[in-house]
Design a protein around this ligand. Structure first.
Ligand code: AGP
Length: 617
């Protein structure tokens, strides 16, 4: 959480920082601020609310500074106030800092620094760190060497317990930035006569596509023409690996859509096409993955899979569990990453661990990965963001290639995780007992997904009308069985996170064990009732809802027949292979949630209290 941008070069730093902050605003939007360094002094502007508020503050100012830092905040320590917004200055006025993460031992640090005469203006943990840097700078001999600034940051960080991605400016070194990371992402953009630091590739792709992903425990010192990388602890110089980013600026732009969520829902056919591209065998009977780093022989030894993830990605794991168990007959367990790391679950010898994450930066998922690796397990990652921390720390994995997802509510990343899960079930199934002809049929079904999604998307106006009809309700139930249960959970999560309507997802047959008490004309149910062997039982459950004067929005299969009046509203899915049904069934609930939130005038892409990637515990 929190977005970071730092610039040193020849251009007007404030403009580049504001543009970058707009692109990383989805990481946190409680407040925004920037500091520029001109004629040996800082100008700091900061304001609660969105980056637009900061833009208004900056507009009348004539900044010429070519070095600066900026930040968008997701509050942890200290309320959402102008004073707590970043950047923070040291009380001697010599340092400015922006920080993403949590300094756990800041209370002791503050006490120590207060004893040395340093003072504090905010309630944040970050202000303790910037003053600690100032303290070490004051202690360092002034030898005119550029490294004095770097050494002060490094020494201060040796005392930090917690997580950080930081960028620091110093009045005595006006054309330099020092950045460092531990547990929070930080990326260096290597430009032409300029260098940029950011928490996210999207903040720097308009300036350069050459990047260096900092690793935990690394510190970087940059000027407009050069940069050097070293370790915080051992002070060892590191030879940087410069990667090239394939994202283009346009990938992260809204175009003609009203919101990124809407754009991302509608670009799912193309996104899922990209997820599958080049990943089917020449005989079209199985999937192929380049980056697993495990042979077919290794995979045949595996007798259990554990999937760890959070939120929407966790729902994708629940679908993968059902498909892998059904088609590959391998037992699967799905764990909340946040629980897994503390649960100390006993794992069998031949267990393979998967972590699933859009951002590749979710701290709980990262720590689950580290915990599993510490115990000696191979950990593979299903990740969307290339070069993210989880992608780099895993033993191998599968990139989703869904493109940048900006809307805080995950949509295309979720369906691309479903596609990867379905392909994994196919791949593992074909390594075991799935026949050639079943494999061919499965591949054929997967290849149809983009076209079938397009067909479901044509119902958007109908779903918009349903959203209008039901948007005044304050409670919803989402019910489904088998592979529709995780989609019910996902539908409920989508609705609550962007519209602030209470919604619960439940296995449909569990309704009678409790949630049926909620059924009333005021609490509509979104009910997944696709054609298939469970259909008669699903119809009975809907009848139980109707008998209690509940309303049912039924998501079903074209041609499925219901008793008259059973469905208050009906959304049809094309008949399809059961492995791809969860993917198609997701589209109506994404649209329904989106249109309800839009109807209520919610801030769809930046819902309250949330941030796109959760990099704190
Ligand atoms: C999705 O709509 C949510 N905003 C959230 O649950 C998200 O899926 C979760 O935080 C995990 O994120 P990740 O996939 O980046 O790890």
């Amino acid at each position: 959480m929190c977005g970071i941008v730092g610039y040193v070069g020849k251009q007007k730093a404030s403009s580049i920082i504001l543009e970058g902050l707009k692109r990383v605003e989805y990481r946190g939007y409680d407040s925004a601020g920037l500091a520029v360094l001109e004629k040996g002094a800082f100008t700091v502007l900061k304001k609660t609310g969105r980056v637009d508020n900061l833009v208004k503050l900056v507009a009348p100012r004539k900044f010429h500074a070519t070095t600066g830092i900026g930040h968008t905040r997701w509050a942890t320590h200290g309320g959402v106030t102008d004073a707590n917004a970043h950047p923070h200055l040291s009380s001697d006025g010599k340092f400015a800092i922006i920080h993403n993460g949590v300094i756990e031992n800041y209370v002791g640090m503050k006490q120590f620094l207060a004893g040395k005469g340093y003072t504090f203006q905010s309630e944040t943990d970050t202000e303790a760190l910037v003053n600690l840097i100032a303290y070490h700078f004051a202690k360092e001999p002034a030898n005119g060497d550029r490294s004095r600034f770097l050494e002060s940051v490094r020494k201060a960080l040796l005392h930090v317990e917690g997580t950080y991605g930081i960028a620091v400016l110093c009045t005595e070194c006006p054309d330099e930035i020092v950045g460092a990371r531990k547990g929070s992402p930080l990326i260096l953009g290597v430009g032409d006569g300029e260098n940029i630091l950011a928490s996210d590739v999207s903040a720097l792709v308009s300036r350069t596509q050459n990047v260096v992903y900092l690793k935990d425990g690394e510190v970087v010192h940059l000027t407009e023409k050069s940069f050097s990388l070293s370790t915080i602890q051992e002070q060892e110089e590191i030879t940087p690996k410069i990667d090239r980013v394939s994202w283009k600026v346009e990938d992260a732009e809204l175009g003609t859509f009203a919101h990124f969520m809407e754009k991302e829902i509608f670009e799912q056919p193309a996104a899922l096409e990209n997820t599958m591209r080049g990943r089917f065998s020449a005989d079209a009977s199985t999937a192929i993955f380049g980056g697993l780093n495990l042979t077919a022989g290794d995979l045949r030894q595996i007798d259990r899979l554990v999937f760890c993830a959070c939120g929407t990605a966790w729902h994708a794991c629940l679908v993968a569990e059902q498909l892998i168990e059904r088609y590959a007959r391998i037992p699967v367990e799905v764990e909340y990453a946040s629980e897994f790391r503390y649960r100390n679950a006993p794992l069998d010898k031949n267990t393979l661990v998967f972590v699933v994450t859009q951002s590749g930066e979710t701290l709980d998922t990262l720590e689950a990965l580290r915990e599993a690796k510490r115990k000696g397990y191979t950990v593979l990652a299903i990740v969307n963001v290339v070069g993210s921390t989880i992608a780099r720390e895993s033993d191998g994995g599968i990139y989703q290639h869904a493109g940048p997802e900006i809307g805080v509510a995950s949509t295309k990343a979720f369906t691309s995780q479903l596609v990867v899960g379905a392909m994994l079930a196919l791949y593992l199934g074909r390594l075991r007992d799935m026949s050639y002809s079943d494999g061919v049929e499965y591949v054929k079904a997967l290849k149809q997904v983009p076209e079938l999604i397009k067909a479901v998307l044509t119902q958007a106006p109908h779903i918009k009308a349903i959203a209008k009809r039901f948007s005044h309700h304050r409670d919803f139930l989402f019910l489904g069985r088998q592979s529709m249960f995780p989609i019910a959970l996902e539908g409920a999560l989508k609705l609550k996170e962007i519209s602030y309507i209470h919604a619960e997802g439940y296995p449909a047959a569990e309704m009678k064990h409790g949630p049926i008490a909620l059924i009333s004309p005021d609490c509509p149910t979104v009910f997944f009732a696709p054609a298939g062997e469970m259909f008669p039982k699903l119809v009975s459950s809907i009848q139980e809802i109707k008998a209690r004067k509940g309303q049912a929005i039924v998501i079903t299969t074209t041609g499925a027949e219901f008793p008259p009046g059973l469905a208050d509203e009906r959304i049809d899915l094309p008949p399809c292979h059961e492995a791809i049904l969860p993917i198609l069934a997701t589209i109506p609930v994404q649209l329904l949630s989106y249109y309800i939130a839009a109807e209520l005038g919610r801030d769809v892409d930046k819902p309250r209290n949330l941030a796109k990637s959760v990099t704190v515990e």
